[in-house]
Design a protein around this ligand. Structure first.
Ligand SMILES: [Ca+2]
Length: 477
């Protein structure tokens, strides 16, 4: 009798678990878009109706940050849940760097030089790898810098570290000295998503959407340059009287937004919206300046204060979290970071401890309206695009920053006696980014702020003081 009861209990538990299938997880990651340039963030000229609709349905964290304002290290934070100085993913290009790679004699030489770096992500926990152990299939599309999609633990994907010459826009394929072609390193075949097609996602959803939970990485090369959207998007913004230097960028923002609409429709048409957790974030900001690009005069260079920089236009992002029936559509003003996303997702799927010792904090209980988020500081680190060595972020770090309340402290780091890379600051700077979001007035030397500088500096150093890289994952030797 007892055994019979046990069997029944087991059956009951199994059925119970089957009903509690964890949600699908969809990351929508904008590439090079400034935090202000969304309708729901108050933009006057950017048109983002589909993202605005998602925002209206989401827990909205409007004071979000990425730790670093550059593509690959920022995506690395999202994949690993660790800061670049912890994951070792602090660069776009391993040594000898982007121009060094372009000077190589053959694709074989380039691939051999770049491949050891892929061991860095292969050796650590990632979101797709962890979700895989929990029964998820995962699909990588768009930007991805770690070679083949499987290196980060995706079960399926588009990026394979092979040239994709049919994508004939800049920054996708390298041509080496012997005429051979190689993948640039930022996503190759994956970069077709959004710009050329959404079909691979439709196919993945049709293959896997109903049978097991899935994780979708939607990180199209948009609104990133080249700003070569279909003419209708240029016409739209010209007719609306947008400033000339903003039109190519705004066109790409509109094109990106339309793809978000397509994606949401695809998921909806398959009846998957209610069982899907959506995350929206930007990898780094990008603000058009008024200087035309030499190589492509229809486009404009970005401002010095956005991408790459330690300033707000490079670092800020809205963060949206939506799972219908769970999250509450409301605005949160607290400071949050993209390093918080991985713990948030693990909390949402009921596996908060699936990866030990993550750096961020879960936003989940705030997103579902269960508790108010505590005010905490956010931190970050800025590097050049090219690493001088692997496994040693301390040798390349150029700026560290902390924001607490309205105050942001930026600390430049000189390397080998030279001023900090990037020509952003030569000395410690303190800004009140609420009163002065353009960071024009450096308060660091003002006597009334001496205590703030000291306190923030202590907190920043406690978070990370460059020097000891012995815990950083190493490349393959
Ligand atoms: Ca980017």
């Amino acid at each position: 009798m007892k055994t019979h009861h046990l069997v029944l209990l087991c059956c009951f538990l199994t059925v119970g678990l089957a009903h509690a299938q964890p949600p699908n997880v969809v990351y929508i990651i904008a590439d090079d878009q400034t935090y202000r340039d969304f309708g729901f963030m108050g933009s006057q000229d950017a048109l983002t109706p589909h993202i605005d609709k998602l925002a209206a349905q989401s827990a909205r964290f409007v004071n979000g940050y990425v730790p670093t304002s550059l593509c690959s290290p920022s995506l690395g934070v999202m994949l690993t849940g660790r800061y670049p100085h912890q994951s070792g993913l602090h660069y776009n290009h391993p040594p000898p760097g982007n121009s060094g790679f372009n000077k190589m004699s053959s694709a074989a030489e380039y691939e051999a030089a770049r491949s050891p770096a892929f061991e860095i992500i292969r050796s650590q926990s990632t979101l797709p790898r962890t979700l895989g152990t929990l029964g998820y299939r995962s699909f990588q599309t768009g930007k991805f810098w770690e070679g083949h999609f499987s290196n980060a633990g995706f079960t399926d994907g588009m990026t394979i570290f092979q040239p994709s010459p049919h994508l004939n826009y800049t920054g996708v394929t390298r041509v080496l000295k012997d005429g051979s072609q190689a993948a640039h390193g930022n996503g190759d075949h994956g970069l077709a998503i959004g710009r050329e097609t959404m079909q691979p996602i439709a196919d993945f959803l049709d293959r896997n959407g109903k049978t097991q939970p899935f994780f979708l990485w939607y990180a199209p090369y948009l609104p990133h340059q080249p700003h070569d959207s279909p003419q209708k998007y240029f016409d739209l913004h010209r007719q609306r009287g947008a400033a000339e230097h903003r039109i190519p960028y705004l066109a790409s923002v509109s094109q990106f937004d339309d793809t978000v609409g397509e994606l949401m429709t695809m998921i909806d048409q398959r009846g998957l919206t209610k069982v899907t957790l959506f995350i929206f974030v930007v990898d780094n900001g990008w603000t058009p300046g008024k200087t035309r690009m030499k190589k492509s005069p229809k486009e404009f260079e970005h401002t010095h204060e956005s991408k790459y920089s330690p300033f707000e236009d490079g670092l800020r992002t809205p963060i949206l979290i939506r799972w219908d029936g769970h999250t509450r559509a409301e605005t949160h003003e607290q400071l949050v970071s993209s390093v918080d996303l991985l713990p948030t997702v693990l909390a949402a799927i009921g596996k908060p401890d699936a990866i030990a010792s993550l750096s961020g904090r879960s936003l989940w209980s705030a997103a579902i309206g269960e508790s108010k988020l505590e005010d905490q500081p956010v931190f970050g680190e800025i590097y050049p695009g090219d690493a001088t060595s692997l496994g040693h972020p301390s040798r390349d770090i150029a700026y560290r920053w902390i924001r607490r309340g309205p105050l942001k402290l930026i600390v430049p780091q000189s390397q080998k006696g030279k001023a900090a890379w990037g020509d952003y600051l030569t000395d410690v700077a303190l800004f009140d980014v609420v009163a002065d979001p353009d960071e024009k007035t450096n308060l660091a030397a003002k006597p009334e702020h001496a205590a703030d500088v000291q306190k923030l500096r202590r907190q920043l150093d406690a978070w990370w003081t460059p020097g000891d890289d012995s815990q950083v994952p190493q490349p393959r030797r």
